[in-house]
Design a protein around this ligand. Sequence first.
Ligand SMILES: CC(C)(COP(=O)(O)OP(=O)(O)OC[C@H]1O[C@@H](n2cnc3c(N)ncnc32)[C@H](O)[C@@H]1OP(=O)(O)O)[C@@H](O)C(=O)NCCC(=O)NCCS
Length: 206
Amino acid sequence: MHHKDIARSAPLRGYVRTLREQELPLLRDHLLRLGPHSRHDRFNGFLDDSFIERYAAKCASDGTLVVAYLEDGVVRGAAELHSPERSPDGLPEIAFSVEAVVRRRGVGSSLFQRLIAEARLKGYGALRITTSAENQAMRALAGKFGAQLNFVRGESTGIIDLKPPSQLELVKLAIAAPADSLRAAINLNRVYWKAVLRMYGWGRAA
Ligand SMILES: CC(C)(COP(=O)(O)OP(=O)(O)OC[C@H]1O[C@@H](n2cnc3c(N)ncnc32)[C@H](O)[C@@H]1OP(=O)(O)O)[C@@H](O)C(=O)NCCC(=O)NCCS
């Protein structure tokens, strides 16, 4: 087995958490480690270090929330939640970057999940994601979280709806639930009703 394959199949050692404001230099270091291709995908063509340094400094000063994947105190992946005031249509913009050494192992998905939780806590109803039309990886990741991407001038842009699930969706989820958890819910119901009936003296065996 090639050493790269061993690294790919090794379990991930890190974890996902939100960065504190004073930790934001870790975002800069992570973005500077991205190679030219990733920088192109992430920043739509901007490649030089000075651009990334200015970008990271701006994130640190304008209240951007950063969810990070950390290994041994080093940020290897990041999801950014930009404040809605910076966006032309008032929708908060999100962006993702995962270093090549840990890609395709679910880091992007974990960051996305945590970012959605943070956005819900902030009370946002929807998020906007923009990526280049040929960015297969980001399009797959965004699609996984329900974004419908539309193409405008070589860019694909999509909206992630954060509204709570409707009653109908909850019913669909219950129907799709694995048999065991459905059975557990039914059993719990039975115990509850037995207790209620006992309380009223109707549940006793004659
Ligand atoms: C986009 C990016 C963040 C994905 O990170 P990741 O950690 O590899 O993502 P995941 O492992 O969670 O993969 C998510 C889904 O996308 C799919 N995917 C990932 N890379 C892919 C690729 N190169 N081609 C096709 N699909 C891909 C995976 O199959 C996965 O789906 P699955 O869970 O059903 O298998 C990463 O490739 C990256 O940082 N790219 C450079 C920066 C960039 O393009 N940012 C986007 C601009 S906002």
